[in-house]
Design a protein around this ligand. Structure first.
Ligand SMILES: Nc1nc2c(c(=O)[nH]1)N[C@H]1C(S)=C(S)[C@@H](COP(=O)(O)OP(=O)(O)OC[C@H]3O[C@@H](n4cnc5c(N)ncnc54)[C@H](O)[C@@H]3O)O[C@H]1N2
Ligand code: MOO
Length: 392
Protein backbone atom coordinates (compact mmCIF):
# COMPACT_ATOMS: atom_id res chain seq x y z
CA UNK A 1 0.00 0.00 0.00
CA UNK A 2 1.36 3.42 -0.92
CA UNK A 3 1.52 6.32 1.53
CA UNK A 4 -0.95 9.22 1.66
CA UNK A 5 1.74 11.58 0.34
CA UNK A 6 2.54 9.31 -2.60
CA UNK A 7 -1.15 8.85 -3.38
CA UNK A 8 -1.71 12.60 -3.36
CA UNK A 9 1.30 13.14 -5.64
CA UNK A 10 -0.26 10.64 -8.09
CA UNK A 11 -3.62 12.43 -7.81
CA UNK A 12 -1.95 15.77 -8.63
CA UNK A 13 -0.34 14.14 -11.68
CA UNK A 14 -3.87 13.50 -12.99
CA UNK A 15 -4.99 17.15 -12.94
CA UNK A 16 -3.86 20.53 -14.25
CA UNK A 17 -5.22 24.09 -14.06
CA UNK A 18 -8.38 24.55 -16.13
CA UNK A 19 -9.06 27.25 -18.71
CA UNK A 20 -10.42 30.70 -17.95
CA UNK A 21 -13.61 32.68 -18.38
CA UNK A 22 -14.66 36.27 -17.74
CA UNK A 23 -17.32 36.98 -15.13
CA UNK A 24 -18.92 40.21 -13.91
CA UNK A 25 -17.53 41.48 -10.62
CA UNK A 26 -20.79 40.60 -8.84
CA UNK A 27 -20.26 36.94 -9.73
CA UNK A 28 -16.54 36.87 -8.90
CA UNK A 29 -16.64 36.17 -5.14
CA UNK A 30 -15.40 32.66 -4.42
CA UNK A 31 -13.81 32.38 -7.86
CA UNK A 32 -10.08 32.15 -8.50
CA UNK A 33 -8.46 34.94 -10.52
CA UNK A 34 -6.43 33.63 -13.42
CA UNK A 35 -4.32 36.72 -14.08
CA UNK A 36 -3.34 39.89 -12.20
CA UNK A 37 -5.89 42.73 -12.11
CA UNK A 38 -4.44 46.15 -12.93
CA UNK A 39 -5.80 49.30 -11.28
CA UNK A 40 -7.31 51.66 -13.82
CA UNK A 41 -7.04 54.77 -11.61
CA UNK A 42 -5.44 56.22 -8.47
CA UNK A 43 -7.30 55.90 -5.19
CA UNK A 44 -8.08 58.41 -3.96
CA UNK A 45 -7.75 60.22 -7.31
CA UNK A 46 -7.25 63.56 -5.48
CA UNK A 47 -6.08 64.66 -2.03
CA UNK A 48 -9.23 64.06 0.02
CA UNK A 49 -10.46 65.29 3.35
CA UNK A 50 -10.59 62.57 6.03
CA UNK A 51 -12.92 64.61 8.27
CA UNK A 52 -15.82 67.05 8.36
CA UNK A 53 -14.39 70.51 9.13
CA UNK A 54 -12.50 73.35 7.48
CA UNK A 55 -9.61 73.21 5.02
CA UNK A 56 -7.09 75.96 5.53
CA UNK A 57 -3.50 76.91 4.78
CA UNK A 58 -0.47 77.63 6.91
CA UNK A 59 0.09 76.26 10.38
CA UNK A 60 -2.67 77.85 12.47
CA UNK A 61 -2.69 78.09 16.27
CA UNK A 62 -5.45 78.64 18.80
CA UNK A 63 -7.20 81.97 18.32
CA UNK A 64 -6.38 82.32 14.58
CA UNK A 65 -9.38 83.48 12.56
CA UNK A 66 -10.34 82.56 8.98
CA UNK A 67 -13.00 83.66 6.56
CA UNK A 68 -15.01 80.80 5.07
CA UNK A 69 -15.03 81.32 1.29
CA UNK A 70 -16.95 78.28 0.05
CA UNK A 71 -17.84 74.65 0.53
CA UNK A 72 -16.67 71.27 -0.82
CA UNK A 73 -18.44 67.94 -0.36
CA UNK A 74 -17.80 64.40 -1.55
CA UNK A 75 -18.45 64.51 -5.29
CA UNK A 76 -18.56 68.35 -5.20
CA UNK A 77 -15.18 69.93 -5.73
CA UNK A 78 -14.62 73.61 -4.87
CA UNK A 79 -12.84 75.30 -7.72
CA UNK A 80 -10.25 77.76 -6.54
CA UNK A 81 -7.17 78.33 -4.46
CA UNK A 82 -7.20 79.17 -0.76
CA UNK A 83 -5.42 82.41 0.10
CA UNK A 84 -3.94 83.27 3.49
CA UNK A 85 -6.71 83.88 6.03
CA UNK A 86 -9.24 81.85 4.04
CA UNK A 87 -10.89 78.56 5.00
CA UNK A 88 -13.11 76.18 3.03
CA UNK A 89 -16.00 74.37 4.66
CA UNK A 90 -15.21 70.74 3.75
CA UNK A 91 -16.73 67.31 4.32
CA UNK A 92 -15.24 63.80 4.48
CA UNK A 93 -14.26 62.53 1.03
CA UNK A 94 -14.25 65.96 -0.66
CA UNK A 95 -11.24 67.09 -2.74
CA UNK A 96 -8.96 69.34 -0.70
CA UNK A 97 -8.36 72.65 -2.55
CA UNK A 98 -5.01 73.98 -3.61
CA UNK A 99 -3.41 76.10 -0.91
CA UNK A 100 -4.78 73.95 1.95
CA UNK A 101 -2.29 72.28 4.26
CA UNK A 102 -4.70 70.70 6.72
CA UNK A 103 -8.30 70.15 7.71
CA UNK A 104 -9.33 71.32 11.17
CA UNK A 105 -12.24 69.21 12.45
CA UNK A 106 -15.38 71.16 13.10
CA UNK A 107 -15.34 70.25 16.80
CA UNK A 108 -12.11 72.31 17.10
CA UNK A 109 -13.45 75.62 15.79
CA UNK A 110 -15.91 78.28 16.90
CA UNK A 111 -17.98 79.27 13.89
CA UNK A 112 -19.79 82.60 13.68
CA UNK A 113 -21.35 83.59 10.39
CA UNK A 114 -18.64 83.04 7.80
CA UNK A 115 -15.80 83.37 10.31
CA UNK A 116 -14.12 80.54 12.22
CA UNK A 117 -11.70 80.74 15.15
CA UNK A 118 -9.39 77.89 16.09
CA UNK A 119 -10.06 76.64 19.60
CA UNK A 120 -7.40 75.99 22.20
CA UNK A 121 -6.33 72.34 22.19
CA UNK A 122 -7.23 71.76 18.52
CA UNK A 123 -5.63 68.57 17.29
CA UNK A 124 -2.74 69.00 14.89
CA UNK A 125 -3.45 66.16 12.44
CA UNK A 126 -3.64 67.18 8.78
CA UNK A 127 -6.69 64.95 8.12
CA UNK A 128 -5.78 64.88 4.41
CA UNK A 129 -5.53 61.58 2.51
CA UNK A 130 -2.89 62.08 -0.22
CA UNK A 131 -3.84 61.18 -3.79
CA UNK A 132 -2.99 57.54 -4.55
CA UNK A 133 -2.40 56.61 -0.90
CA UNK A 134 -4.40 53.38 -1.30
CA UNK A 135 -3.22 52.39 -4.80
CA UNK A 136 -2.02 53.93 -8.03
CA UNK A 137 -2.94 53.38 -11.66
CA UNK A 138 -1.08 50.27 -12.84
CA UNK A 139 -0.82 48.68 -9.38
CA UNK A 140 -1.64 44.95 -9.60
CA UNK A 141 -3.69 42.61 -7.46
CA UNK A 142 -2.08 39.17 -7.81
CA UNK A 143 -4.25 36.12 -8.67
CA UNK A 144 -6.03 34.66 -5.66
CA UNK A 145 -9.21 33.09 -4.42
CA UNK A 146 -11.49 36.11 -4.34
CA UNK A 147 -12.95 36.91 -0.94
CA UNK A 148 -15.44 39.73 -0.34
CA UNK A 149 -12.65 42.14 0.66
CA UNK A 150 -10.84 41.48 -2.64
CA UNK A 151 -14.03 42.25 -4.55
CA UNK A 152 -14.14 45.70 -2.93
CA UNK A 153 -10.56 46.38 -4.03
CA UNK A 154 -11.30 45.26 -7.61
CA UNK A 155 -14.38 47.49 -7.66
CA UNK A 156 -12.34 50.47 -6.41
CA UNK A 157 -9.78 49.75 -9.14
CA UNK A 158 -12.65 50.19 -11.63
CA UNK A 159 -12.52 46.58 -12.83
CA UNK A 160 -16.06 45.51 -13.77
CA UNK A 161 -15.12 42.04 -15.07
CA UNK A 162 -12.62 39.50 -13.80
CA UNK A 163 -10.81 36.68 -15.60
CA UNK A 164 -11.22 33.58 -13.46
CA UNK A 165 -10.56 29.85 -13.72
CA UNK A 166 -13.45 27.82 -15.00
CA UNK A 167 -15.20 25.94 -12.19
CA UNK A 168 -14.18 22.26 -12.25
CA UNK A 169 -17.19 20.05 -12.94
CA UNK A 170 -17.17 17.19 -10.43
CA UNK A 171 -19.45 14.24 -11.27
CA UNK A 172 -20.38 12.30 -8.14
CA UNK A 173 -21.68 8.74 -8.39
CA UNK A 174 -23.02 6.93 -5.34
CA UNK A 175 -23.13 3.17 -5.85
CA UNK A 176 -25.00 0.37 -4.11
CA UNK A 177 -28.25 -1.62 -4.17
CA UNK A 178 -28.90 -0.53 -0.59
CA UNK A 179 -29.11 3.19 -1.32
CA UNK A 180 -32.13 5.41 -1.81
CA UNK A 181 -32.25 9.19 -1.97
CA UNK A 182 -33.30 11.25 1.07
CA UNK A 183 -37.09 11.57 1.11
CA UNK A 184 -37.64 8.28 -0.69
CA UNK A 185 -39.21 5.24 0.90
CA UNK A 186 -36.44 2.76 1.77
CA UNK A 187 -37.13 -1.00 1.91
CA UNK A 188 -36.24 -2.58 5.28
CA UNK A 189 -32.80 -3.60 3.98
CA UNK A 190 -31.98 -0.22 2.47
CA UNK A 191 -30.36 2.97 3.81
CA UNK A 192 -30.33 6.58 2.74
CA UNK A 193 -27.47 7.82 0.58
CA UNK A 194 -25.62 10.44 2.59
CA UNK A 195 -21.96 10.92 1.85
CA UNK A 196 -22.49 11.93 -1.78
CA UNK A 197 -24.31 15.00 -0.42
CA UNK A 198 -21.37 15.90 1.83
CA UNK A 199 -18.96 15.48 -1.07
CA UNK A 200 -21.09 17.65 -3.35
CA UNK A 201 -21.18 20.34 -0.67
CA UNK A 202 -17.42 20.09 -0.09
CA UNK A 203 -16.73 20.38 -3.82
CA UNK A 204 -19.03 23.37 -4.16
CA UNK A 205 -17.54 25.09 -1.14
CA UNK A 206 -14.13 24.74 -2.81
CA UNK A 207 -15.41 26.43 -5.99
CA UNK A 208 -16.38 23.42 -8.11
CA UNK A 209 -19.69 22.66 -9.82
CA UNK A 210 -20.96 19.36 -8.39
CA UNK A 211 -23.20 17.06 -10.44
CA UNK A 212 -24.93 14.32 -8.46
CA UNK A 213 -25.52 11.53 -10.97
CA UNK A 214 -28.16 8.85 -10.38
CA UNK A 215 -27.29 6.15 -7.84
CA UNK A 216 -25.70 3.20 -9.66
CA UNK A 217 -26.93 -0.22 -8.61
CA UNK A 218 -24.37 -2.98 -8.07
CA UNK A 219 -24.47 -4.38 -11.60
CA UNK A 220 -21.83 -4.02 -14.27
CA UNK A 221 -24.45 -2.73 -16.72
CA UNK A 222 -25.75 -0.01 -14.44
CA UNK A 223 -22.28 1.10 -13.34
CA UNK A 224 -21.28 1.23 -17.00
CA UNK A 225 -24.35 3.33 -17.81
CA UNK A 226 -23.81 5.84 -15.01
CA UNK A 227 -20.04 6.05 -15.57
CA UNK A 228 -20.87 6.83 -19.21
CA UNK A 229 -22.88 9.84 -18.05
CA UNK A 230 -19.77 11.70 -16.92
CA UNK A 231 -19.05 13.29 -20.30
CA UNK A 232 -17.62 16.78 -19.79
CA UNK A 233 -16.70 16.24 -16.14
CA UNK A 234 -13.29 17.47 -15.01
CA UNK A 235 -13.26 14.96 -12.16
CA UNK A 236 -15.27 11.75 -11.74
CA UNK A 237 -15.81 10.66 -8.15
CA UNK A 238 -17.38 7.30 -7.37
CA UNK A 239 -18.45 6.36 -3.86
CA UNK A 240 -18.54 2.77 -2.62
CA UNK A 241 -17.97 -0.52 -4.36
CA UNK A 242 -14.24 0.00 -3.94
CA UNK A 243 -13.40 -2.91 -1.66
CA UNK A 244 -12.93 -6.62 -2.28
CA UNK A 245 -16.49 -7.95 -1.94
CA UNK A 246 -18.36 -9.74 -4.71
CA UNK A 247 -20.48 -6.64 -5.29
CA UNK A 248 -17.60 -4.15 -5.28
CA UNK A 249 -17.52 -3.63 -9.02
CA UNK A 250 -16.41 -0.05 -9.56
CA UNK A 251 -12.75 -0.86 -10.31
CA UNK A 252 -13.64 -3.77 -12.58
CA UNK A 253 -16.19 -1.81 -14.60
CA UNK A 254 -13.98 1.28 -14.86
CA UNK A 255 -11.13 -0.92 -16.04
CA UNK A 256 -13.35 -2.49 -18.70
CA UNK A 257 -13.98 1.10 -19.86
CA UNK A 258 -10.26 1.82 -20.12
CA UNK A 259 -9.35 3.16 -16.67
CA UNK A 260 -5.63 3.85 -16.42
CA UNK A 261 -5.11 3.16 -12.74
CA UNK A 262 -2.78 5.46 -10.79
CA UNK A 263 -3.09 3.45 -7.56
CA UNK A 264 -5.44 1.27 -5.56
CA UNK A 265 -5.29 1.01 -1.76
CA UNK A 266 -3.35 3.32 0.48
CA UNK A 267 -1.93 3.14 3.98
CA UNK A 268 -4.62 5.33 5.44
CA UNK A 269 -7.38 4.83 7.99
CA UNK A 270 -10.15 5.40 7.14
CA UNK A 271 -9.90 5.22 3.37
CA UNK A 272 -7.80 2.13 2.64
CA UNK A 273 -9.58 1.05 -0.58
CA UNK A 274 -9.14 4.44 -2.28
CA UNK A 275 -8.42 4.26 -5.99
CA UNK A 276 -7.48 6.86 -8.58
CA UNK A 277 -6.77 6.95 -12.27
CA UNK A 278 -7.79 8.40 -15.60
CA UNK A 279 -11.04 7.30 -17.20
CA UNK A 280 -11.70 8.30 -20.79
CA UNK A 281 -9.54 11.40 -20.36
CA UNK A 282 -10.98 12.52 -17.01
CA UNK A 283 -9.28 12.11 -13.65
CA UNK A 284 -11.22 9.64 -11.49
CA UNK A 285 -11.25 9.12 -7.74
CA UNK A 286 -12.86 5.94 -6.44
CA UNK A 287 -13.77 6.60 -2.81
CA UNK A 288 -14.64 3.91 -0.28
CA UNK A 289 -18.33 3.75 0.61
CA UNK A 290 -18.24 4.08 4.37
CA UNK A 291 -19.59 7.57 5.01
CA UNK A 292 -16.69 8.85 7.12
CA UNK A 293 -14.07 7.18 4.89
CA UNK A 294 -15.40 8.87 1.78
CA UNK A 295 -15.70 12.29 3.42
CA UNK A 296 -12.19 12.09 4.92
CA UNK A 297 -10.86 11.11 1.47
CA UNK A 298 -12.82 14.05 0.07
CA UNK A 299 -10.89 16.40 2.35
CA UNK A 300 -7.54 14.75 1.72
CA UNK A 301 -7.71 14.07 -2.03
CA UNK A 302 -10.76 15.56 -3.77
CA UNK A 303 -10.31 19.07 -2.37
CA UNK A 304 -6.58 19.36 -3.17
CA UNK A 305 -7.33 18.12 -6.72
CA UNK A 306 -10.06 20.73 -7.12
CA UNK A 307 -7.72 23.46 -5.85
CA UNK A 308 -5.03 22.35 -8.29
CA UNK A 309 -7.55 22.55 -11.16
CA UNK A 310 -8.45 26.06 -9.99
CA UNK A 311 -4.81 27.07 -10.32
CA UNK A 312 -4.21 27.33 -6.58
CA UNK A 313 -1.19 25.02 -6.72
CA UNK A 314 -0.56 21.45 -5.69
CA UNK A 315 -0.65 21.55 -1.91
CA UNK A 316 -1.61 18.89 0.61
CA UNK A 317 -4.20 20.09 3.14
CA UNK A 318 -2.42 22.31 5.67
CA UNK A 319 -1.99 20.69 9.07
CA UNK A 320 -1.98 22.68 12.31
CA UNK A 321 -0.49 21.96 15.71
CA UNK A 322 -2.30 21.02 18.91
CA UNK A 323 -1.50 19.30 22.21
CA UNK A 324 -3.01 15.96 23.10
CA UNK A 325 -5.62 16.41 25.81
CA UNK A 326 -5.40 12.70 26.70
CA UNK A 327 -3.10 9.69 26.33
CA UNK A 328 -3.46 7.88 22.98
CA UNK A 329 -2.56 4.28 22.06
CA UNK A 330 -0.03 3.29 19.33
CA UNK A 331 -1.15 3.41 15.70
CA UNK A 332 -1.23 0.50 13.25
CA UNK A 333 0.26 0.16 9.78
CA UNK A 334 -1.88 2.98 8.29
CA UNK A 335 -1.81 6.75 8.97
CA UNK A 336 -4.86 7.28 11.14
CA UNK A 337 -7.05 10.36 10.69
CA UNK A 338 -8.91 10.28 13.98
CA UNK A 339 -12.11 12.23 14.42
CA UNK A 340 -11.32 14.61 17.27
CA UNK A 341 -12.48 17.62 19.19
CA UNK A 342 -10.44 20.76 19.85
CA UNK A 343 -10.49 22.72 23.10
CA UNK A 344 -8.87 26.02 24.09
CA UNK A 345 -5.32 25.59 25.42
CA UNK A 346 -2.54 27.76 26.91
CA UNK A 347 -0.16 27.87 23.90
CA UNK A 348 -1.80 25.46 21.45
CA UNK A 349 -5.37 24.12 21.35
CA UNK A 350 -5.97 20.82 23.10
CA UNK A 351 -7.14 17.87 21.00
CA UNK A 352 -8.96 14.73 22.08
CA UNK A 353 -9.92 11.92 19.69
CA UNK A 354 -13.34 10.34 20.13
CA UNK A 355 -13.44 6.85 21.65
CA UNK A 356 -15.48 5.52 18.74
CA UNK A 357 -13.66 5.74 15.40
CA UNK A 358 -15.89 3.43 13.29
CA UNK A 359 -15.93 4.89 9.77
CA UNK A 360 -19.71 4.46 9.62
CA UNK A 361 -20.41 7.04 12.37
CA UNK A 362 -21.70 10.28 10.89
CA UNK A 363 -22.86 11.49 14.32
CA UNK A 364 -19.26 11.47 15.56
CA UNK A 365 -18.09 13.22 12.39
CA UNK A 366 -20.57 16.04 12.96
CA UNK A 367 -19.29 16.47 16.53
CA UNK A 368 -15.68 16.54 15.34
CA UNK A 369 -13.95 19.77 14.38
CA UNK A 370 -10.59 18.19 13.59
CA UNK A 371 -8.86 15.10 12.26
CA UNK A 372 -5.98 14.16 14.55
CA UNK A 373 -3.21 12.91 12.24
CA UNK A 374 -1.44 9.89 13.72
CA UNK A 375 1.46 8.69 11.53
CA UNK A 376 1.51 4.95 10.76
CA UNK A 377 3.35 2.69 13.19
CA UNK A 378 3.43 5.54 15.72
CA UNK A 379 4.02 4.88 19.45
CA UNK A 380 1.54 5.50 22.27
CA UNK A 381 1.69 9.18 23.22
CA UNK A 382 1.02 10.85 26.57
CA UNK A 383 -1.30 13.81 27.08
CA UNK A 384 0.53 17.06 26.38
CA UNK A 385 2.42 15.79 23.29
CA UNK A 386 2.38 18.19 20.30
CA UNK A 387 0.57 16.65 17.35
CA UNK A 388 -0.69 17.57 13.87
CA UNK A 389 -4.32 17.96 13.02
CA UNK A 390 -6.47 18.98 10.05
CA UNK A 391 -9.32 21.36 10.76
CA UNK A 392 -12.71 20.14 9.58
N1 LIG B 1 -12.78 -8.31 3.48
C1 LIG B 1 -12.62 -6.99 3.53
N2 LIG B 1 -13.70 -6.22 3.68
C2 LIG B 1 -13.57 -4.89 3.73
C3 LIG B 1 -12.29 -4.32 3.67
C4 LIG B 1 -11.17 -5.15 3.49
O1 LIG B 1 -10.02 -4.71 3.40
N3 LIG B 1 -11.39 -6.48 3.41
N4 LIG B 1 -12.17 -2.96 3.78
C5 LIG B 1 -13.19 -2.30 4.55
C6 LIG B 1 -13.02 -0.89 4.45
S1 LIG B 1 -11.70 -0.24 5.26
C7 LIG B 1 -13.91 -0.10 3.82
S2 LIG B 1 -13.73 1.60 3.89
C8 LIG B 1 -15.04 -0.61 3.12
C9 LIG B 1 -15.16 0.05 1.75
O2 LIG B 1 -16.06 -0.63 1.03
P1 LIG B 1 -16.62 -0.17 -0.36
O3 LIG B 1 -15.90 0.99 -0.88
O4 LIG B 1 -16.69 -1.35 -1.21
O5 LIG B 1 -18.02 0.38 0.03
P2 LIG B 1 -19.41 -0.36 0.08
O6 LIG B 1 -19.19 -1.77 0.44
O7 LIG B 1 -20.14 -0.04 -1.14
O8 LIG B 1 -20.04 0.42 1.27
C10 LIG B 1 -19.50 0.41 2.55
C11 LIG B 1 -20.54 0.93 3.53
O9 LIG B 1 -20.86 2.25 3.23
C12 LIG B 1 -22.25 2.39 2.94
N5 LIG B 1 -22.39 3.35 1.85
C13 LIG B 1 -21.92 3.24 0.61
N6 LIG B 1 -22.24 4.30 -0.13
C14 LIG B 1 -22.94 5.11 0.66
C15 LIG B 1 -23.59 6.37 0.48
N7 LIG B 1 -23.54 7.05 -0.71
N8 LIG B 1 -24.23 6.94 1.53
C16 LIG B 1 -24.28 6.27 2.71
N9 LIG B 1 -23.71 5.09 2.95
C17 LIG B 1 -23.06 4.51 1.94
C18 LIG B 1 -22.70 1.02 2.53
O10 LIG B 1 -24.06 0.85 2.72
C19 LIG B 1 -21.84 0.15 3.43
O11 LIG B 1 -22.43 0.07 4.71
O12 LIG B 1 -14.94 -2.02 2.95
C20 LIG B 1 -14.60 -2.70 4.14
N10 LIG B 1 -14.67 -4.10 3.87
O1 MOO C 1 -10.51 2.29 5.85
MO1 MOO C 1 -12.20 2.00 5.78
O2 MOO C 1 -12.07 3.40 4.88
O3 MOO C 1 -11.87 2.36 7.47
O4 MOO C 1 -13.54 2.22 6.84
Amino acid sequence: MISVDEALARCFALVSPLGTETVPLRAAAGRVMAEPAIARRDQPPFAASAMDGYALGGDPVAGDRFTVVGEAGAGHEWQGRLAAGQALRIFTGAPVPEGATRVVIQEDVDAQGNTITIRAGADSGTHIRPAGQDFRTGDALAPRLLRPNDIALLAAMNIPEVTVRRRPVVALIATGDELVMPGEDPAPDQIIASNNFALAALAEEAGAEARLLPIARDTKEELFTVLSMTEGADLVVTIGGASVGDHDLVGRVAESMGLERAFYKIAMRPGKPLMAGRLRGAPMLGLPGNPVSSIVCGHLFMLPMIRAMLGLGEHPPATRRARLAMDVPPTGPRTHYMRARLSPGADLPGIAPFDRQDSALLTILTQADALLVRPKDGPALPAGTEVDYLPL
